[in-house]
Design a protein around this ligand. Structure first.
Ligand SMILES: [Zn+2]
Length: 390
């Protein structure tokens, strides 16, 4: 018997990967294309304690080679055997993973649900992660929140939970359930320090015409994470013109620029500069130094527009080429966990599947520079203190 098993093992490990043959309904038997070779193998090597690892390894190999239907067949045959509960659950999670690889998200849920409901407290971190990923892909935000609340470790993954609430609130508000959406956001704000919750909350209040409340929330978003100025400032500009609060916004931006001297804040601020503005000269100089450092296309364009020593035709050519360059280079967003790049802002990184890790590269760099400056100041101060000691 063992010779047959070995021969089969050798064949499947040597032959190149076969085309994927997913079954349309995984609960149907493997006909129309009976997999005799695999059936013979499973008949000859019954599932029992000393063959468990062989079966699991075989199924894992099938899955890695894209032969998901075969992996499913092996795992299903294991579940037909009389296994102890913890092993059964291990196999179930593997089967759920097969279904996930094959794209049968509904079946993943069925398998995991049976496992949780059937066995109560028996639960694995792998099953939890898999189920949560399925619910996220299916945009089942309410259920995803319940799952995390029930089985997630308290405190861990709070940013994820807060973002599930944000998505849920968006869904509720699009269904006209404003009160429920507000409650979800309030709950989310108590869970994690996330700029996005405040931005989503501000969007909800804006849609209800509560502009002052929305502005407060947007400012709160920057308290959570000042790197979100690229999302927050345009919204603040719109709201301040709707409410006639431009003077207040200018004061706020000045304060923000002192704390966080980023080109984006300066750009917004310069829109408020009028004739005889006492701050105009200082900002103009800063603008030129930023332009010299090549930090911002918006500022470079403004600078070009204001130069009187350039002829009009040359200016137009320069501005046009600047704009082409801008499309190519600027406003690249990058995930600070895995480095995934995109030209649009993404709250959820499709590569490492993390929430709120994608930032505008400009803001990220400014933030890193400022953090470095702060820490070198702090360490210089610490050195100074230790020097005082005798
Ligand atoms: Zn990422």
């Amino acid at each position: 018997m063992i010779d047959n098993v070995l021969a089969f093992w050798r064949r499947i490990t040597q032959v190149g990967p076969q085309a994927k043959r997913y079954r349309l309904d995984p609960f149907e038997p493997l006909a129309p294309q009976p997999d005799r070779e695999l059936d013979v193998f499973l008949d000859r090597l019954p599932v029992q304690e000393d063959t468990l690892e062989t079966h699991l390894a075989l199924a894992e190999l099938f899955r890695a080679r894209g032969q998901t239907d075969r992996a499913i067949r092996v795992h299903e045959s294991m579940l037909e055997a009389d296994l102890e509960r913890s092993i059964r659950n291990r196999v179930r999670v593997e089967l759920a993973q097969d279904y996930f690889s094959a794209g049968f998200l509904g079946h993943v849920e069925t398998v995991l649900e049976e496992m949780i409901l059937g066995d109560g407290e028996v639960y694995s971190a792998q099953a939890f992660r898999l189920w949560l990923t399925v619910l996220e892909r299916e945009k089942e935000w309410g259920r995803a929140i319940q799952l995390v609340r029930k089985y997630g470790e308290p405190g861990s993954g709070n940013i994820r939970l807060a973002n599930l609430y944000s998505e849920y609130a968006n869904q509720l508000s699009s269904e006209g359930k404003v009160k429920e959406a507000r409650e979800a956001l309030k709950e989310a704000r108590s869970i994690a320090s996330s700029a996005r919750i405040y931005i989503v909350s501000a969007e909800l209040e804006t849609s209800l015409g509560r502009y002052h409340k929305a502005m407060q929330l947007l400012k709160q978003a920057l308290v959570q994470d000042v790197r979100r100025v690229d999302v927050v400032l345009p919204a603040l500009r719109r709201l301040s013109s709707l409410t006639g609060g431009e003077a207040g916004l200018r004061r706020y931006l000045e304060h923000l620029y002192d704390e966080h001297p980023s080109h984006r804040v300066l750009e917004a601020l310069l829109d408020f500069v009028g004739d005889n503005d006492p701050k105009a000269e200082r900002w103009q100089q800063e603008l030129e130094s930023i332009v010299n450092a090549g930090a911002s296309f918006g500022l470079m364009q403004r600078w070009l527009e204001e130069r009187e020593d350039i002829g009009e035709a040359a200016r137009q050519v320069l501005i046009e080429s600047l704009q082409r360059l801008k499309v190519r280079l600027s406003d690249i967003y990058q995930c600070n966990h895995c480095g995934f790049e995109s030209t649009t802002m993404l709250w959820f990184c499709p590569q490492c599947e993390r929430w709120e890790t994608s930032y505008s590269r400009h803001e990220q760099r400014t933030f890193v520079r400022q953090a470095e400056a702060l820490s070198s100041k702090a360490s210089a101060a610490a050195v100074g203190r230790s020097d005082d000691k005798p």
